[in-house]
Design a binder for this molecule. Sequence first.
Ligand SMILES: NC(=O)c1ccc[n+]([C@@H]2O[C@H](COP(=O)([O-])OP(=O)(O)OC[C@H]3O[C@@H](n4cnc5c(N)ncnc54)[C@H](OP(=O)(O)O)[C@@H]3O)[C@@H](O)[C@H]2O)c1
Length: 435
Amino acid sequence: MVILSAHITHKRVLMADIERLGREEPSELLRTLSRLPGVRECAVLATCNRVELYTVTDDGAATRRALEDMINSLLPFDARSDLVLFLDDRESVHHILKVASGLDSMVLGEDQIQGQVREAFELAEKEGCIGPVLSIVFRKAISVGKKVRAETGVNKGCVSIGSTAVELAESKLGSLKDKNILIIGAGQMATLIARHLVGKEPRTVFVSNRTYSKAVELAWALNGRAIRFDSLKNHLIQSDVVLCATSATHILLTRERVQEAMKGRPGNRGLMIIDVSFPRNVAADVAEVAGVQLYDIDGLRGKSEENLLRRKAEVRAAEKIIIQELESLDARIREMRADELISQLYIKFEQIKEREVRKALNRIAAGNETVDKVLEDFASSLTYKFLFEPTAALKEASREGDLDRLSAVGEMFNVEGVSFVSKNSPSKITHESSR
Ligand SMILES: NC(=O)c1ccc[n+]([C@@H]2O[C@H](COP(=O)([O-])OP(=O)(O)OC[C@H]3O[C@@H](n4cnc5c(N)ncnc54)[C@H](OP(=O)(O)O)[C@@H]3O)[C@@H](O)[C@H]2O)c1
């Protein structure tokens, strides 16, 4: 039994190819995997930047060939090239522990992957593809991911511009609760920012965009209010935070425009403006308007790079936890290779025991013999039956000069006093008591 996995990830493959593979339904991939030769268990981890196929197989070579064919039928490159990473046993397990901990992610330490590993496991379980090996591997990966995040800072501090922008506003204002927030733009970046506002409980989120329908869409997702691009001024007056993210190549918020909005504000309520656009959409001299705090993308980049460096410094601590957990998991998996044999041995000897017990009870019930005699016969018969096949096998090994087998059995039953001359010496069995 071996664990064999294939990894198509952002580290080696173009995102477009990963997307192409990602369009395959994971449950369909699971069904295909489960039909490959030798495969006993399987799981598929598919996210936007990785597709990983995990198998437990009785025939590593045949499964590997079939996996390559399967990947070749889905992707426009040769799975035998080094674009696809194949791992087995300990390396495979080490990899999934790292993945679940966020160490293999595009954004180091990101949290989303933890849930994606759990979902991959649950889907494979639902499809009946999980057995004892992948069960302990995936459960361990999920728990190690949690442990790494709880005990290290590998996921601490925002590293994306969107999350850093929201984190900055939150840290400067204490909280975004009950604040009015204005998002300018409704493209990719504005959507990312919006995603990080979820759960922050602002009073209102206004979304303003050149194309009004897109503002409506984003506002709807945020439970906010779409506003027309030409009525920005009124909403600037009402806002506490402005997050600007458009691809306009000109200035949208000039000093005059902001100054005017500040005049219309009650009391000395401040305004924070975060411009993540490049080129900038907010004039640099807006920072000189009284009551305005202006941050641009350079400041945000600095903060997210600083956080990324902090996360990188935690990788060693995270790896240490992973290696510790890997040791015990790997030992358990190797031990599991004997599980089936052990369980078959128990079933076999339980059946012998039951037959012998029944025979003994019948003899006692007949009352013709003493209980001592029946018990004596019962124990002898049991011993004889337990040792019948091993005895025959040992005699055969001895005849064939297979001293390693004799040695192994001696060790297994912890028999002392009998030793065997090594395989390379003339076959000779010695008994210490006869020396
Ligand atoms: N995406 C990122 O990861 C990322 C990271 C850091 C910084 N940024 C910066 O964030 C800004 C937005 O990027 P994005 O990825 O969100 O782009 P995007 O998905 O292409 O969206 C562009 C947005 O800008 C608006 N826009 C374009 N031209 C405009 C104009 N002349 N006047 C007013 N609005 C205009 C678009 O409005 P319509 O809907 O009307 O087209 C849309 O809302 C860029 O300056 C980019 O450099 C992006």
